[in-house]
Design a protein around this ligand. Structure first.
Ligand SMILES: Cc1cc2nc3c(=O)[nH]c(=O)nc-3n(C[C@H](O)[C@H](O)[C@H](O)COP(=O)(O)OP(=O)(O)OC[C@H]3O[C@@H](n4cnc5c(N)ncnc54)[C@H](O)[C@@H]3O)c2cc1C
Length: 462
């Protein structure tokens, strides 16, 4: 470990694409990395967000993450949460004395758009649904009773993923994408529509363009062209497996969730909107005309915000970062957590990925953010070269003692390797492409059992 003694020690909280990118950069350069992760498994939304059918993408990322974890200078504590009233607090982590602390905890908070009645039974948030069908412990066993007619609010890739699940797994009667602005402002990647486009009700779409035609033309948009472009994107559609009809309701701003006497969703009230030009973009404006869309459930797919209970300075859905620009690209200030009460960055504390910019982009963007953050942390550390260096092994031991005292079921990287082995065997036995234990209890039991088997075999050969 001589090289490690010369290196830095960086604690990374969160082992999704951003945190793993930070771990990769620092460990590659011979520094010591300690990963702390809420979930037993690494990957974050790459494991529990990306649609289950995207096996190639998921297995490719899993392989990369396994290789990073396997490095001797990378340690892992899974099933350990950081935050107020969690296993460890931010202050405790800072006191351990690592050279830098990077928070790559993603966007775990729920964004709401302030719709009256959104506490009714049958109102869901997209991330919870996504975590459910991806079998994240805590969500895997929750019941999502969506009924037959589901309004999904949003027009991005997450709306498409939710529609995919509703069409192919739940096989509901109707999915209605409710959108504040128009079809020209659609945000999803056309490639992502293949799983839903066989179920899109093309006749209803034509009627919808008729309904909103004048409002599009009023801002110089060409309804025929947009309609044709949209239809042209629906290619290579997977064969339909259900009779679900997917429809779009554009220029409709959700105002109220209406519930029946049992507090169960019966409709979504929307206000018709019109578009107004705003520079190169458009904004939705109220019209004072309201309409009820009958539905059994409402799923908000409008993005996420960070977790304000983590214990980092927080404002308006984001952790506060340094407002002063350093003039660089990437700007160091973007990643420095900032304490407004002192007017200074929190020394040695950084954010990356969706923890820095909630719901911003795909895995590649989160990975690049982690890499940028690593550059910023390297610059910070180089500037502190003269201080007394903590002994790396002491930092690790102190942290391990603290974690052992708070979370006896912390998962190590060796445990993860055993778990992967067991899950692979289970998948092969069941003839599945992938098998996942749905609860932490099941995962921990499988790890324990396999550990005993391995140590039994080692004793027998000794
Ligand atoms: C529904 C959906 C589908 C997507 N599909 C795709 C796709 O097909 N292709 C693609 O490229 N991208 C996709 N993305 C985007 C991609 O998943 C994100 O860009 C990426 O995962 C963000 O990475 P991150 O590391 O910042 O956060 P996350 O992936 O959210 O990782 C955060 C990590 O932090 C941990 N954590 C959270 N809170 C704590 C805490 N308090 N203490 C300790 N650890 C904590 C979590 O356990 C997790 O491991 C999708 C996203 C969503 C929501």
């Amino acid at each position: 470990m001589g090289q490690e003694q010369d290196g830095y020690c960086v604690i990374v909280v969160g082992a999704g694409p951003a945190g793993m990118a930070v771990a990769n950069q620092f460990s590659k350069n011979g520094h010591r990395v300690i990963l702390i992760n809420r979930d037993c498994k690494v990957g974050g939304l790459a494991e529990y967000g990306i649609f289950p059918s995207k096996h190639r993408l998921r297995t490719g990322l899993q392989k990369t993450y396994r290789e990073i974890l396997a490095r001797p200078n990378v340690s892992y504590f899974g099933n350990v949460s950081v935050g107020r009233d969690k296993d460890l607090t931010v202050e405790e982590l800072r006191a351990v004395g690592a050279d830098a602390l990077v928070f790559a905890t993603g966007a775990q908070g729920t964004k709401t758009i302030g719709v009256e009645g959104d506490e009714a039974i049958g109102v869901f948030h997209a991330k919870d649904v996504v975590y459910h069908y991806n079998q994240l412990p805590g969500f895997s066993e929750r019941v999502f009773d969506v009924g037959q007619r589901v309004a999904v609010i949003g027009i991005g890739d997450v709306m498409i993923d939710i529609a995919h699940w509703l069409i192919r797994s739940k096989k509901v009667r109707e999915v209605i994408a409710v959108v504040r602005r128009g079809p020209a402002e659609r945000k999803y990647n056309p490639k992502e529509t293949h799983a839903v486009c066989s179920n899109i009700d093309k006749e209803a779409l034509a009627k919808e363009f008729g309904r909103i035609r004048e409002r599009l033309e009023a801002v110089g948009q060409n309804p025929e062209q947009i309609h044709a472009d949209m239809l042209a994107e629906f290619k290579k559609c997977d064969p339909a497996e259900s009779g679900t009809l997917m429809r779009f309701r554009f220029l409709s701003s959700p105002k109220r969730v209406l519930a029946d006497a049992n507090r169960r969703v019966r409709a979504l009230e929307v206000e018709h909107t019109r578009l107004e030009l705003k520079g190169d973009d458009t904004a939705a404006r109220s019209t004072g005309t309201f309409e009820e869309i009958p539905c059994d459930s409402v799923v908000f797919a409008v993005g996420d915000r960070v977790d304000d209970t983590l214990g980092l300075p927080y404002k308006n859905g984001m952790f506060i970062t340094n407002p002063t620009s350093s003039g660089r690209e990437p700007d160091d200030a973007w990643f420095q957590v900032y304490d407004e009460s002192t007017g200074q960055p929190l020394d040695g504390v950084f954010v990356a990925g969706w923890a820095r910019k909630a719901s911003e982009g795909l895995v590649g963007i989160a990975k690049r953010d982690g890499e940028w953050c690593s550059e910023v942390v390297q610059r910070y550390l180089a500037g502190k070269a003269t201080r007394t260096r903590p002994r790396l092994e002491e930092v690790y031991q102190e942290l391990k003692t603290l974690i052992d005292s708070r979370q006896p079921d912390a998962v190590t990287k060796d445990d993860l390797a055993l778990l992967a082995e067991v899950e692979r065997e289970q998948a092969a036995k069941a003839g599945l492409e992938e098998f996942k234990y749905p609860t932490n209890h099941d995962m921990l039991a499988a790890i324990r059992k396999r550990r005993m088997l391995v140590s039994g075999a080692e004793c027998a050969t000794a």
